[in-house]
Design a protein around this ligand. Structure first.
Ligand SMILES: Nc1ncnc2c1ncn2[C@@H]1O[C@H](COP(=O)(O)OP(=O)(O)O)[C@@H](O)[C@H]1O
Ligand SMILES: [Mg+2]
Length: 260
């Protein structure tokens, strides 16, 4: 059974000068149970918009999104979201930040402690539980944000450029940790990035959105089992193919510069 099914999604924004911006045009995408799908596309094409619609955070102007067979009309505990900035509460310790969602969901205390131990270990945050966000590096804060989302045990994880604010090495580690989570916990993941190499390294399938009004321009199956090597020849070939397709679909020079 498909986990996420977006059907014919339309989205318009009203720009400040009163003009209508057609952001998403007839986007239909199904993400199967346990699948890892990455969305790439030029800056401003509507990647974040699409993710926020799937998360139930943003109203749209046409089409429907389903989680299994349930229409999504608002945020759901089944769908966890990770943004570029972890947005931790500065006055809560790392442990209490990670526990935040579980507290809201009234997860029993004993179960909370079990999950806290599990995800603090998985995200390599042991020894930092009682520190405050200001005492941690950007990469560690992002790991705490991911742990907070995972601790809610959502069926689906939506991620919007989650590693773009961390340094290169941390980014590589976080990517590898995410693949482990995908494999061990069989999570369904929808991941937005403008980094083509990141997309092909992580995902089972990559969706390329066109410049606005955004449609699905192309789709690529990444037929390479995990663990993958970053410099794998097949991945490089797929990445080059995606770059060529972006080049073909571009409407302005900026669309392509964004990826270089
Ligand atoms: N709140 C808003 N009001 C008006 N226009 C918006 C708003 N949010 C996004 N947009 C416009 O919609 C388009 C898609 O934005 P976004 O989804 O953030 O793109 P991406 O994440 O692919 O860079 C952009 O042109 C952006 O300027
Ligand atoms: Mg965005």
């Amino acid at each position: 059974m498909p986990t996420i099914k977006a059907k014919n999604i339309e989205k318009y924004y009203q720009s400040t000068d009163g003009e209508q911006v057609h952001a998403l045009k007839d986007i239909s995408l199904t993400v199967e149970d346990g699948e890892f799908v990455a969305i790439v596309g030029p800056s401003g094409c509507g990647k974040s918009t699409f993710l926020e619609i799937v998360a139930g955070l943003l109203p749209h102007d046409g089409g429907e999104v389903y989680l299994d067979d349930q229409l999504i009309t608002e945020t759901s505990r089944e769908i966890g979201v990770v943004f570029q900035d972890a947005s931790l509460f500065p006055w809560r310790t790392i442990k209490r930040n990670i526990a935040y969602g579980m507290e809201l969901a009234k997860v029993p205390k004993e179960e909370q402690e079990k999950r806290l131990t599990h995800y603090i270990k998985m995200m390599n945050l042991e020894g930092f539980e009682n520190k405050y966000p200001a005492q941690l590096s950007g990469g560690m804060k992002q790991r705490a944000g991911i742990a907070r989302t995972l601790a809610m045990n959502p069926k689906v994880i939506l991620m919007d450029e989650p590693f773009s604010a961390v340094d290169h090495l941390t980014r590589c580690t976080l990517q590898e940790e995410l693949i482990k989570i995908h494999e061990l916990e069989k999570k369904t993941i929808l991941f937005v990035t403008h980094d083509i190499n990141e997309a092909v390294f992580l995902a089972d399938r990559v969706i390329l959105l066109s410049p606005r009004p955004s449609v699905i321009q192309e789709e690529y199956q990444i037929k390479l089992p995990y663990p993958r090597h970053r410099d794998d020849e097949y991945l490089s070939k797929v990445a080059a193919m995606i770059m060529a397709d972006i080049s073909r679909g571009r409407k302005t020079d900026e669309d392509i510069e964004y990826f270089i």
